[in-house]
Design a protein around this ligand. Structure first.
Ligand code: TYM
Length: 330
């Protein structure tokens, strides 16, 4: 029996965070044996905000290096750059014509981003989820592992696929979302009521994957907690401590009960230092490998070229089927 298919991706805007790693990449690594995997760098999605061209190019390559350094074997996974598989943009256009303004205007990410970038509310920002639907549906993906913030986009991809299938008969596989148990929503260290985000203005709120150990330790030491001095998992009442526990749990595979027990008689100072230690231990080998890979541009190029070549095979097949069904001459 052929393996089930996974597709996921990360935008090439800004530096990757611990949220991206624990909420997405770390789970992908665990899935690479069981599934046929397609992991892309969503550089077309990045255009919805203004980027410096050189930075966008560098970020794209950095994410490929992170994928591999984090443990995605480029021999087993198809790692590619979204823009190099032109079918994404083409199917994106087609699916735009099967998506309603009403459903797009309900997307919370659109609302958030247009509030943040009030001077640049472009049409791409609005149709962003349609391109994401095209990314997923082109590969007939069964499973899409993402953090909780992307679930609404996955829902709309499912709706578009179902709508298309209803009109033209079975065309797209309806994808399922997959969310990690403890790390689907890593929160900010300074504001634990909103998610850790690449675009945070307070740098102490975010652990970047490239942060040096002393910086990681410093940021965790400054993390907002509460005045109780009790390590207990209560996301509603103790968002800061609960977030640190989730991070610790994701890095050590310990359960919340085990963590509560481990820090039963310990103050927050020691707890925060231990969380930092666990994160540093997890990230250090990745950072080392990441630097080596970035210094080898030929290797990077080989990875993304081969990835795009493989991706195109599947993507073009799906796109041809779609075109035939809707009456576009191939
Ligand atoms: P992006 O680039 O914002 O984030 C990449 C992945 O990281 C997850 N993530 C988090 N998980 C837990 N806690 C956090 N604080 C956190 N921050 C980010 C995101 O949920 C995501 O899984 N639109 C997508 C990229 C994309 C995509 C796709 C994903 C484009 N096409 C097709 C899946 C399938 C995005 O902007 O993710």
């Amino acid at each position: 029996m052929s393996k089930k298919i996974i597709l996921s991706g990360i935008q090439a805007t800004g530096k990757l965070t611990l949220g991206n790693y624990l909420g997405a990449i770390d789970n992908w690594v665990k899935m690479q044996e069981e599934y046929e995997c397609y992991y892309m760098i969503a550089n077309l999605h990045s255009l919805t905000v203004r980027n410096d061209p050189e930075t966008l190019k560098n970020n794209t390559l950095k994410i490929i290096a992170i994928y591999v350094a984090a443990g995605l074997d480029p021999e087993r996974n198809n790692i590619f750059i979204q823009s190099q598989v032109k079918e994404h943009a083409e199917l994106g256009w087609i699916l735009n014509c099967y998506t309603y303004m009403g459903e797009l205007s309900r997307m919370t990410q659109f609302k958030d981003k247009s509030a943040k970038h009030a001077d640049n509310i472009n049409a791409g920002l609005f149709t962003y989820p349609v391109l994401m639907a095209a990314d997923i549906l082109l590969y007939q993906a069964n499973l899409v592992p993402v953090g909780a913030d992307q679930m609404q986009h996955l829902e709309i991809a499912r709706d578009i696929a179902e709508r298309f299938n209803k009109i033209y008969g079975e065309t797209f596989v309806i994808p399922e979302g997959y969310i990690a148990k403890t790390s689907s929503r890593i929160m900010g260290l300074q504001d634990p009521t909103s998610k850790m985000s690449k675009s945070a203005t307070n740098l102490n709120d975010v652990i970047f994957l490239e942060d040096e150990p002393d910086i990681i330790l410093r940021k965790f030491k400054k993390a907002v907690t509460d005045s109780e001095n009790i390590v207990k998992f209560e996301p509603e009442n103790k968002p800061g401590v609960s977030n640190l526990m989730q991070i610790y749990s994701s890095c050590t595979s310990k359960t919340m009960e085990e963590i509560e027990k481990e820090f039963e008689n310990s103050g927050y100072g020691n707890f925060k230092a231990k969380v930092a230690e666990a994160v540093i231990e997890k990230l250090e080998p990745i950072q080392k490998k990441y630097k080596e890979i970035l210094n080898n541009p030929e290797y990077l190029e080989k990875i993304y070229k081969k990835g795009a070549e493989n991706a195109r095979k599947l993507a073009s097949k799906t796109l041809d089927t779609v075109k035939e069904k809707i009456g576009i001459i191939i």
